[in-house]
Design a protein around this ligand. Structure first.
Ligand SMILES: Nc1ncnc2c1ncn2[C@@H]1O[C@H](COP(=O)(O)OP(=O)(O)OP(=O)(O)O)[C@@H](O)[C@H]1O
Ligand SMILES: [Mg+2]
Length: 362
């Protein structure tokens, strides 16, 4: 497994070779740990001066899901979101967990009464009415979750097309935005359960990103999640697929972490990102300051590994397979998939899911 510092050196060397501007001295000067950390910080902080990540071939709606608690869903959603936006991609983070951890980590108000995802799911608000700016980047916006969302699973039971509430909200939001403001990425932070909230996320997304903690029991319960995703694909959202696995909280000092990582790679193959997120204390400290680790300690290994993971995610998004034609109950009355542009010269048109039917609106 490549050390993130090593990867950084290689990437810097490649940049220098390509004649790109690299802030500060050359990589050969960085042989002490402190100097390396300073270099990494420069690299992250001056992200905007470097080559931006490539835009995806269509808007990517990614649900970050794993019903196992504490595996790094929120941490990954937040830090990938910040990394994508620091490297030039418009990103919307939707906090779909009543705990509101993603909102906290992005420093977004989420006390009771704050316009939030609850108002869009259970009430009549549009996402544009509940979206908040973040201090991490002007390109990053967040729809917070308040504790009201805890009741949503029950309140949604009697709502028409309850599994489609988030999907419809995202579609309407994307359609209403001018091209130049449309996000490239929508990341949905799911709660640790397979209830109606996670179901809404799986129906809303084109893809699932599963963070897997490099610990014993990591794969336990994963079969249940994969089964649920299959069921959603068959009956509600033919486009959904697991496209990314991210190994989190890797502790290089333990054999166990390597064994888990190897097992996950054997099982999921190319879906697993090469970048691995190390267990790093700065990652766990950052939310306490309402920040991502990229802004809290840009020189930390946690920060650089999330940048690497986001870079891979972005590179894999350049030529996504087209979304399958709608089928199953969800598509019975649906019109053909529309196209939606991202507003970037180099970004292709973006197929979007079918819009809400007259029956569902009633
Ligand atoms: N790479 C890491 N290094 C150290 N601590 C981490 C790392 N990633 C996450 N943590 C910490 O582990 C805990 C769980 O992470 P996180 O909240 O992201 O998981 P989650 O899957 O969203 O949890 P939940 O299921 O409760 O929503 C948090 O305290 C977080 O700060
Ligand atoms: Mg969480």
């Amino acid at each position: 497994m490549t050390d993130p510092g090593q990867r950084l050196r290689s990437s810097l060397a490649a940049d220098s070779a390509a004649g790109e501007r690299v802030a500060g001295p050359t990589p050969g000067d960085f042989d002490s740990p402190i100097a390396m950390e300073a270099l990494r910080a420069t690299r992250v902080l001056h992200a905007a001066d470097q080559e931006p990540f490539p835009a995806p071939s269509r808007v990517r709606v990614i649900s970050v899901a794993n019903q196992k608690g504490g595996v790094g869903k929120t941490t990954s959603t937040v830090n990938l979101g910040v990394a994508l936006s620091l490297y030039g991609l418009r990103t919307l983070v939707i906090d779909l967990d009543p705990q509101g951890n993603a909102s906290t980590a992005l420093g977004v108000e989420h006390s009771v009464g704050t316009p939030s995802i609850y108002d869009a799911l259970v009430g009549d608000s549009s996402l544009s009415e509940v979206v908040h700016p973040t201090s991490a980047s002007p390109l990053l916006r967040c729809v917070p979750a308040t504790i009201d969302l805890a009741g949503a699973e029950i309140e949604l039971v009697s709502v028409v097309a309850r599994e489609y509430r988030l999907r419809r909200a995202i579609e309407a939001y994307l359609h209403a935005l001018p091209e130049q403001d449309r996000p490239h990425y929508v990341l949905v932070d799911c709660p640790p359960s397979l209830g109606l909230l996670t179901l809404n996320a799986l129906v809303a997304g084109d893809e699932v990103l599963i963070p897997i903690q490099c610990e014993y029991y990591a794969l336990e319960g994963l079969g249940q999640l994969l089964n649920n995703i299959d069921l959603v694909r068959q009956h509600l959202n033919p486009g959904i697929a697991v496209r990314t696995i991210l190994l989190t909280m890797y502790d290089g000092r333990t054999k166990l972490a390597d064994q888990v990582a190897e097992e996950v790679r054997n099982h999921f193959g190319a879906l697993v990102l090469d970048a691995v997120i190390p267990r790093n204390v700065r990652v766990s400290e950052a939310p306490g300051y309402g920040q991502s680790v990229l802004t809290y300690d840009p020189g930390s290994r946690g920060a650089t590994s999330y940048v690497e993971a986001a870079r891979e995610l972005a590179e894999r998004g350049v030529s996504l397979p087209p979304l399958p034609a709608p089928s199953g109950p969800a598509a019975v009355t649906a019109p053909p998939a529309a196209s939606l542009a991202l507003g970037d010269a180099d970004a292709a048109t973006v197929p979007v899911p079918p819009s809400r039917t007259t029956e569902e609106r009633a």
